[in-house]
Design a protein around this ligand. Sequence first.
Ligand SMILES: *Cc1c(COP(=O)(O)O)cnc(C)c1O
Length: 385
Amino acid sequence: MSKRSFCYFDNNATTPVAAEVLEAMLPCYTEHWGNPSSAYRFGREAARRLEDARGRMAAFINAEPRELVFTSCGTESNNTAIQSALSTHPARHHVVTTAVEHSATLKYCRQLQQRGIEVTFLPVEEDGTLDLHRLERSIRPDTAVVSVMWANNETGVLFPVEEIAAICRSKSVSCHTDAVQVAGKLPMDVKGLGVDMLSLSAHKFHAPKGVGLLYVRSHSRFQPHIIGGQQERGRRGGTENVAGIVGMARAAELASAHLTEENTRVRALRDRMERGIFKAIPGAARNGAREPRLPNTANISFEGVDAEGMLMALDQAGICASGGSACTSGSVEPSHVLVAMGLRPERASGCVRFSLGRANTEAEVDCLLEVLPGIVKRLRESRPG
Ligand SMILES: *Cc1c(COP(=O)(O)O)cnc(C)c1O
C-alpha cells in the first residue's frame, strides 16, 4: 500500500482495505466470477468460496454458518433486523431503542413512527450510559424488538448488551444489537452474548464498503427485507457480493489476529493522545464515560471553539478527524448523541472525534499534539465578541 501523506484519525467512519483482503478478493473478479446460484461447476466454485467465507465469518462471532445473512451494509442489516421483528410479530407495534443510535437505526425508527409504530427512544445519562431499569420498564407486552447498539460510533461508549439480552429473554422480546463498531476491537461471541440478531459492516474493519452481515439466531422468526431470489436460503434476495464477502471473511481473520494490538498498542496511543490534549489545552474535556469504552475512540470538546473551524484547520494540517459521525458532518447541527447526553449546545458544537486504528503510529499522535494547541488558540482568539 502507498505511504500516506496525511494522518488518518477517522477509523470509525471507515478503514482502508487491507492488502491481504484485496489479495483474497481479486480471484473472485478475475477467475472465479461465476454466479454462486448457478448449477454448473463454474458457479459451484463461486458458491464454494461463498460458503467458505460464511464459515469463517461464523467462527469470527461464534455463530453457526446457517445463522448468517450477508447484506449490502450495516444500514441494511439494522433496517432488516427491526423490520423482521415487527413483521413476524404482527400483533406487536412497539420498538425500544436509544436516542444515541446510528442514523441507520434512528432514522429507520422515525420512519416507522410515521407508519404508526410506537418507538421508545431511551435517553442516556450524561456520560452516555444507559439506565437498565428504565430499559426494562420500557418493554411492554406489545414490544416487538429491543434494538440497542453495542458500541457508540461517536463516543466509543459500550452498552452492556449481554445484560440487555438477558432482560429481553426474560420478557420474551427479540433483542438486536448494532455491533458495527465492535468488530476488530473487542472479542465477539454471539452465543455468550445471547442476542437474537446482530449487525456488522465490513468497511469498518479493513474490508470493502458495501458488504454487511446480519446474524439471526437459529429458530428465531425471520422475514426478508430485500425480496427477490432464493439467495441466502431465502432470507435476502440479490446475487451475493462474493468478492466483498470473501474480503470480509479475510478481514475478520486479520481482525482476530489484531485484537490484542487494538487493546494494547492502539489503546495506549489513544490514552496518550487524550492525556496530551488535556495537559496542553485548557477547556478540553472528554465526552462519554472513560470506561467501558472502545479502545480506539476519543470524543473531545474544546470550549469556545466550533468543530467546523477545527476540522478545517486540522485538514489543512493533514489530519483527518470528524465532528461526530461521518453522516452528520457537513451539517452544522450538533450531534444527536452529544445532545442526548445533555451537553450544552455551545459545548456540543465544539466536539471532535478522533478514532484510531492499527495503522496509526506514535509519530502521528505526536504530530497531532504538536499542532492542536496552536489551532485551538488561534480559533479562540479569532472568535467574534
Ligand atoms: C458505520 C456504522 C453503521 C452503518 O454501516 P454502513 O455499512 O456504512 O451502512 C451502522 N452503525 C454503526 C454504529 C456504524 O458505525
